[in-house]
Design a binder for this molecule. Sequence first.
Ligand code: ADP
Length: 521
Amino acid sequence: MKMMTKSRGKKKKETKHSSLIVRWVSVVTLTILVSFVIFSVVVYSIVSQQSLDQQEEVSNNVVAAFERRLETIPNELQISNVIPSLTPSTKRILQGKPAISRGDNVNSAFNDDLLSSVTNPDISVAIYNKHNEVVFSNGNAVPEFHKFSGNSKTVKKQNGNNIRLITYQRIKSTTSGKIIGYIVVANQMNYYNRQMKNLLHWMLIISIIAIIIFSAIAYLVVRDVVKPIKEISEVAREVNDDPNSSMRIKELHRNDELEELATTFNEMLDRMQRYIDQQKEFVGDVSHELRTPVAVIEGHLNMLERWGKDDPQILDESIKASLQEADRMKHLIQEMLDLTRAEQINVQYPNAVTNVYNVLKRVVSGLALVHPDFKIRLDMDDLPANTEIQIYHGHLEQLLVILIDNGIKYSTDTKQINVSAGVSDNEVHIIVQDFGEGISKEDQEKIFNRFYRVDKARTREKGGNGLGLSIAQKLVTSYHGTISVESVEKQGSQFKLSFPILSAKEAARLRKLDQKKHEKM
Ligand code: ADP
């Protein structure tokens, strides 16, 4: 049943992935389609308008050529005055002169602009008189006359995909000033119609080719992007099913955001794995650490139960030893709590500001009272009294107590601890120095690990759990500081804390935020 649900879940996820490709390719295709449609409409309209203007000019030229010839006629147009006006040779024949004259060389019937008009197969001309009767026409189709207002008019007539232009023009005699007839020119625009059809045809073909090419490219690009995403989600699923899985994303070698994602993802998984391991280790360490005091208490109780309770001395010793172990356990539990809390500082005290000078003074004098056999020297000559850092004062106190306590714990003959503080490079440095047993180079690297003790038995004697320095390191890191150790065996150790100093302005800002937070609470 579980398997089925799982496989159904998987199937659903995979559909989502392929739908990403479908969605992406559809968007690209649609975008190209829309772009091409807009582009085609614009180009088609511009070309169409320009060609149409050209054709209109051709029609107008024809009209003008006819008008120039006919406007010299004073009376109403008739075949008898129109024909001679259009062809000079006819006019001459009517006047009884030879058909061809010397002037024909320059203005012959063949050079005549009328000739080009009437021989253009697209153009049909008709001349009408005032009674709407045809007095001249060329071609088979005689363009019809319709009444119109004004001097001239151009009409576009659509017949299926073909467009025709009809131009009407009134002829006014230049000699008598009267309207003597009308010119009607029909332009079939065959060339124009053919050209526009071709243009549409090619635009369609190019659009289809472009859509196919771009969609294919989009598919390849998206597939290239989706593949690593699929891989990432596969790894995520695997790790989700088994958090201990060592499965990681293979190196992508693509130098882009996806590679960055894969690297970050792998780092995140490694970190998670480390946390899990640490957690396991911690639980193991804790149970191990608790086992000893529990075993000691159990031993004493068993002994008392069997025979010891009747011997007042044994009873007294056992109770004392058990109480000591219980106290150790309490201490251990407190330290473990501190360690866990040290990791959540940013959430608890994000804006705390502390004066280093005051805290150092208070902690050192407090510890000096508790350890009267020790000489604890405090040197703050290089520390301005107003030095402030971003830390909760309780945590700075805890840090100092851990380091000074350790110094006291691991001191040998020289019962002296030197605490000094100073400022350099915008940082405050606090040094705690002892003259005790020191730490070997090898151990210096391990003492910050949880539960690490150089000499387990001896440290236990001194009440150490090996957690103090781990807590210190966690605290320091949370406050963006550093902790380091320098030590020579049998001579002593020196622990150094460093924190960035707050400017007066920044300290005031943080204090204000802290105040606001408290007011809200
Ligand atoms: P503990 O509670 O055992 O002192 P810490 O984490 O504070 O735990 O220290 C870890 C170990 O480092 C100690 O057990 C001790 O062996 C060593 N150590 C710490 N401070 C000093 C010091 N000032 N001098 C010598 N050894 C030290």
